[in-house]
Design a protein around this ligand. Sequence first.
Ligand code: PBG
Length: 325
Amino acid sequence: MRRLRSSAALRDMFATVRLSRRQLVAPLFVREGSGVFNAIPSMPGQFQFSADTALEKVRKWSDLGLPAVLLFGIPDIKDSTGSAAWDENSALHSLIRNIKQALPEMVVITDVCLCEYTDHGHCGVLRSHGGAHGKAANTQIDNDATLKLLGKVAISHARCGADIVAPSAMMDGQVRTIRQNLDSNSFDSTAIMAYSVKYASCFYGPFRDAAQSAPQMSDRKSYQMDYRSPRQAAQEAQADIDEGADIIMVKPAATYLDIIAQMRQRFDAPLAAYHVSGEYAAIKAAAMNGWLDEKSAVLEVTSAIARSGADIIITYFAEQLAGWL
Ligand code: PBG
């Protein structure tokens, strides 16, 4: 085996996993105001932007050859239903419009969820009669009431020009509802990237700092998946494909390579993997302490995600990777 490993040229020739900046998606957090450039302490190198500073960042990414962004909004005012999520005057909605105007080739993907917008921090609306059937009040998310709101959010993003909407609330039927809402409002060409296989993960911790979206009580285990139940992954993905998802996603990524590989084997749908905030933070922290070589670590982990079968990779390392690739 050593003969074809003996030079860099030979290794490159026979490598079959070829990472490309063209498969990377860069996440971005946008809040109200102007001139905002707030460092996110638990995600060194990541910032909260306002619509103006965000556009400059996206322009830079475009120049670096990154094809797509995934946008998250952070509202000033949160309420029980997350109504800022479909306010078309918000910073997020302005940013969508501004990117599509200034950089029409940039693929704009938007996260469709309520957790950044609700005062309780859950991804859906809570039942007014909590505690029914002996369950704790905080596990009582109203699935179908939430679907209606997710439909409104998706339409509002599509109206501003989003190319792809990405429902991440883990409500049953969310892809079907959003597809129907988009189609009946003439947004039949807006695609859906479904967060199909999304585990209840501690690795979202830094994101919740960044988006100020930590649940105020309880956790998300009544709707996000249990990492001890791998067979549910195929059920979730199949349901989303049947409901009209154009792209399915596994999240987190690096700790779920088995699930990515399983999805790749079972489904032909385009497959995304989300290397999440905590996976980013762990590498950053080790690198900042001199315990890992950052570039080597990022290339190795990202290659592993691609090798396991992901077509596109959502990663906070996108900008750095674009420079390295
Ligand atoms: C919204 C959402 C979350 C992430 C993406 N979309 C947070 C969550 O579900 O708690 C996490 C992304 C990351 O950690 O980088 N529901």
